[in-house]
Write a protein that binds this ligand. Structure first.
Ligand code: ADP
Ligand code: ASP
Ligand code: MG
Length: 406
C-alpha cells in the first residue's frame, strides 16, 4: 500500500459528468489499497473567465485582489468533487491551499512555495479520508491568499507529492501523455513513453504547456516521479523520471511551439562592461523573467540588445527599459509582439552536431526567416514570425521523422 497524488486539470473537471468520472477513478484507485491525495484545477475555462471579469470591471488590478478572485475557481472544483466522492461512499474532505499548508512568498500572482506543512492532509489520511486540495494557491508569509502562476496546480501536486513522500504524482489531463509535438498542431504526433527530467524541463520551458515548468523543476529537485496521463481514457501515459543509462536517446524527441512571448530591443547601447548587468539587474528586481537574450556585434562602439519576455510582462518591461535607457546611454527602446518560437528538444542532440544545420535548412526550405537563435546542450530554439509557427512545427516534425510509424 502506498500513497499517490492525483492532479486533475481544467478539462478533466469541465462539467458534472467529468467530475463524476474523476470520482469513479479515485474510488477505483482507493479499492487497490492506495491512499490518494487529490489536487484539482478550476473547471474548464473558469480561471480565464474570472480574469476577464476583472478586466471588465476595472483597468486597475491590485495583485492581492486578483489572487483572491482567481483562487475561487479551484474551490468550486474541490467542493463538487468531494460531493461526487461522498455519493460513491468515499469519505473526502476539501482543503484550500492555505488549509493544505502550502506556504508561499508574498509575490502575488506568481508566488513561490517556501514551505509545505501538510498536517491536516495527514490527519485526514489517518482517518481514512481522501483529501482534495485546491491547486494553484497558497497562503503567504504575510497570511494573504496567493496564486502560483498560470498552470500552477501542477506545482501544488508535485510539492504535495514531495512533502508526503508519494510513490508517484499522476497528472491527469486531456491528452494521453507528452507528445513529440502538441497533438493539436501536429495530429500525427507520437506519445513519448518516457521522458527524462532534463528533456521535460526544456519541453516545458520552450512552450510544451502540458506541464508547468516550475512543477518539473520541483519534481527534479525533489526526485518526484511524474506520470502524465489521460482522464478520458485512463491508459498509461508518459513517465518522467531520472534518465536511466539504458534509456534510448532519441536525437530529437519533440518539437515545441510558443507564441506567448514578445521581443524587446534596447538600441544603441555602449559596448562596455556593466551595461547588461545594469539592464537585466533592474528587470530582475521587478520579478520579470527574461528568456532569450541576443546581443548584436558592436558597430562604432554601439550595440543592440534584444530579449524575450512573456507578453503579459511586456508593458512592465518596456517601462523599466525606458526608465534605465538614459542611464545606459541607449538610443531607444522598441518592442515586437508578433514573434513566436519553435524549438527542437532531445537528449541525443549532445552527440549529434548536425541537428542545427538541418533545422535551419528545413525552415529555409519553408521560406521562414529566423530572427533569433538560442541553444542549450539538448535544445535549439528559433524565433520566427508568430503566424509561421504552426507551419514551422509541422515542417520540423516531418523533417525529423518524429511521427508515429505508419
Ligand atoms: P490541464 O488543464 O490538464 O492542465 P493543459 O491545457 O495545461 O491541461 O495542458 C494540456 C495541453 O497541452 C494539451 O491539450 C495539448 O494541447 C498541450 N500540449 C502542448 N504541447 C504538448 C506536448 N508536447 N504533448 C502533449 N500535450 C501538449
Ligand atoms: N486554474 C489555474 C489556471 O488556469 C491553474 C491550473 O489550471 O493549473 O492557470
Ligand atoms: Mg496545465
Amino acid at each position: 500500500m502506498g500513497l499517490v497524488v492525483h492532479k486533475y486539470g481544467g478539462t478533466s473537471l469541465g462539467d458534472a459528468d467529468r467530475i463524476r468520472a474523476v470520482a469513479d477513478h479515485i474510488a477505483r484507485t482507493r479499492r487497490t489499497g492506495d491512499d490518494v491525495v487529490v489536487v484539482v484545477s478550476a473547471m474548464g475555462k473558469t480561471t480565464d473567465d474570472l480574469l476577464r471579469l476583472a478586466n471588465d470591471v476595472s483597468s486597475v488590478h491590485p495583485p492581492r485582489e486578483l489572487d483572491m478572485l482567481a483562487t475561487v475557481g479551484e474551490r468550486i472544483s474541490m467542493a463538487l468533487l468531494c460531493m461526487a466522492l461522498a455519493d460513491r461512499g468515499v469519505q473526502a474532505t476539501s482543503f484550500t491551499g492555505s488549509q493544505a499548508g502550502i506556504i508561499t512568498d508574498t509575490d502575488h500572482t506568481r508566488a513561490k512555495i517556501v514551505d509545505v506543512r501538510p498536517d491536516r492532509l495527514l490527519a485526514a489520511l489517518a482517518l481514512g479520508q481522501v483529501p482534495v486540495v485546491a491547486g494553484f494557491q497558497g497562503v503567504s508569509t504575510d497570511r494573504d491568499v496567493t496564486t502560483l502562476g498560470r498552470g500552477g496546480s501542477d506545482v501544488t501536486a508535485v510539492a504535495l507529492a514531495a512533502a508526503l513522500g508519494a510513490s508517484v504524482c499522476e497528472i491527469y489531463t486531456d491528452v494521453t501523455g507528452v507528445f513529440s509535438a502538441d497533438p493539436r498542431v501536429v495530429p500525427s504526433a507520437r506519445r513519448l513513453p518516457k521522458v527524462s527530467f532534463d528533456e521535460m524541463l526544456e519541453i516545458a520551458a520552450s512552450g510544451g504547456r502540458v506541464l508547468m515548468l516550475r512543477s518539473v523543476e520541483y519534481a527534479k529537485t525533489h526526485s518526484v516521479r511524474l506520470h502524465v496521463r489521460s482522464s478520458f481514457t485512463w491508459e498509461p501515459g508518459t513517465w518522467i523520471a531520472e534518465e536511466e543509462p539504458a534509456m534510448e536517446q532519441a536525437i530529437v524527441s519533440a518539437v515545441t511551439d510558443d507564441t506567448s512571448e514578445a521581443k524587446v530591443t534596447v538600441q544603441g547601447v555602449p559596448d562596455r562592461p556593466g551595461i547588461a548587468a545594469q539592464l537585466f539587474g533592474t528587470i530582475a528586481e521587478r520579478s520579470i523573467n527574461v528568456d532569450m537574450i541576443v546581443q548584436n556585434t558592436s558597430d562604432a562602439g554601439l550595440t543592440d540588445i534584444s530579449f524575450t519576455v512573456a507578453r503579459e510582462d511586456l508593458a512592465a518591461t518596456m517601462a523599466v527599459c525606458r526608465e534605465v535607457a538614459p542611464a545606459l546611454g541607449a538610443a531607444g527602446v522598441s518592442s515586437d509582439d508578433g514573434i513566436g518560437r519553435v524549438s527542437l528538444v532531445g537528449a541525443g542532440m549532445k552527440s549529434h552536431p548536425g541537428v542545427t544545420a538541418r533545422m535551419f535548412r528545413t525552415l529555409a526550405e519553408a521560406g521562414i526567416n529566423i530572427e533569433m537563435i538560442s541553444t542549450s546542450s539538448i535544445r535549439i530554439s528559433c524565433v520566427i514570425r508568430a503566424d509561421r509557427v504552426e507551419e514551422a512545427v509541422r515542417s520540423l516534425h516531418g523533417a525529423f521523422e518524429l511521427g508515429a510509424a505508419s
